[in-house]
Write a protein that binds this ligand. Structure first.
Ligand SMILES: NC(=O)c1ccc[n+]([C@@H]2O[C@H](COP(=O)([O-])OP(=O)(O)OC[C@H]3O[C@@H](n4cnc5c(N)ncnc54)[C@H](OP(=O)(O)O)[C@@H]3O)[C@@H](O)[C@H]2O)c1
Length: 311
């Protein structure tokens, strides 16, 4: 066994890919879950489960225990106000980091932040991811930490992007972003691999690193559409969704959320994120200190995500 990793968010999309990869690499994974029983898609994995929530300090003390590494991958991605995002994305970072910093020796700490943290003014989510990094930096003198800032992550098990990707596979591409907007992407297993490589490397700098699939200057929506055309072997009909329609949908979502009490994905903050012209990453600084190369290109990643074999 290589050591013990205390992991939050293992029941989610990215966290479950991380858990699988860590176990494969010989790490003992102690993972947090808050539902009555761990999710069925992870029952085959030899994980040590700790039941509780990010708000429960005693439970987090038990989760961190004697761990060599803490990975905080849990996060809230859907919501409207700061109060929806801050408990998991900021306060839980402070709580976990202070527990880790109080151990002797202190475990290394990895925060799954987001590229959104680069533009905190755009949305409460983006602001919370930046504030999470700030919370971590406050214990800098007592903890060796790194934050990763992935762009849009996709792959099997994803729930947020999948409906849009499925629609594109069926030949219809509603384009929510601006015409010239560019954005990076990252396949989930490459992110898990980056994490595993970070674990075995020695990073001295305490800072946030951007990560992407290495495609120069990211993608435009039209390049994504062309990729789907190659996958389908047929045309994809694309249409731009005007900002006014996105905003109207976001406002309706907000009203519905206040009546039904659910967390919508498309909010006005999310519209500002979607309309932002530059979500291009530079993974150079990370690759200079960690021996990691992303392997999965967009077409292959989309095929794997959607279960489409080569024609
Ligand atoms: N997906 C992306 O494209 C993307 C891109 C950049 C960064 N990120 C970051 O990556 C992280 C994981 O994202 P994801 O896409 O995997 O999200 P996800 O599928 O929604 O998973 C979120 C995880 O956080 C857990 N969680 C949330 N609140 C919690 C609480 N109060 N107590 C305990 N657990 C809690 C969830 O537990 P339950 O299963 O019990 O709900 C789940 O395990 C997040 O920090 C996100 O900001 C994601």
């Amino acid at each position: 066994m290589r050591g013990v990793v205390a992991l939050t968010g293992a029941t989610g999309f990215i966290g479950s890919a991380l858990a699988r990869r860590l176990i494969q690499e010989g790490w003992w994974v102690r993972a947090l879950h808050r539902s009555p029983s761990p999710p069925s898609h992870l029952t085959g994995l030899s994980l040590e489960w700790v039941r509780g929530t990010l708000g429960d300090r005693d439970c987090l003390e038990g989760l961190v225990g004697d761990a060599d590494v803490v990975i905080h991958c849990a996060g809230v991605l859907r919501g409207i106000t700061d109060a929806d995002f801050y408990p998991a994305n900021v306060e839980a970072v402070s709580r976990l980091a202070s527990i880790a910093a109080g151990r002797s020796p202190a475990p290394r700490f990895l925060l799954m932040s987001s590229l959104a943290a680069r533009e905190p003014e755009l949305s409460p989510y983006a602001a919370s991811k930046r504030m999470g990094e700030v919370a971590l930096s406050k214990v800098s003198d007592r903890l060796s930490w790194t934050a990763l800032r992935p762009p849009a992550v996709y792959g099997p098990g994803d729930r947020e992007l999948l409906p849009l990707l499925r629609l594109m596979l069926h030949g219809i591409a509603p384009i929510p972003g601006c015409k010239d907007a560019r954005f990076s992407m990252l396949y989930v297993e490459d992110l898990a691999e980056a994490t595993v490589k970070w674990l075995t490397g020695e990073i001295r700098e305490k800072r946030a690193f951007e990560l992407d699939d290495g495609h120069p200057q990211g993608y435009t929506w039209y390049e994504v559409v062309e990729t789907f055309e190659r996958i389908r072997g047929r045309r994809v009909v694309h249409c731009r969704i005007p900002e006014s329609i996105l905003n109207l949908t976001a406002r309706l979502n907000k009203m519905a959320a206040s009546v039904i009490g659910y967390s919508p994905m498309l909010t006005q903050g999310k519209v500002r994120e979607l309309r932002h012209p530059d979500w291009v990453c530079d993974n150079g600084p990370f690759r200079r200190v960690v021996d990691w190369t992303p392997k999965v290109r967009l077409e292959e990643g989309l095929r794997r995500t959607l279960g489409v074999t080569l024609n």
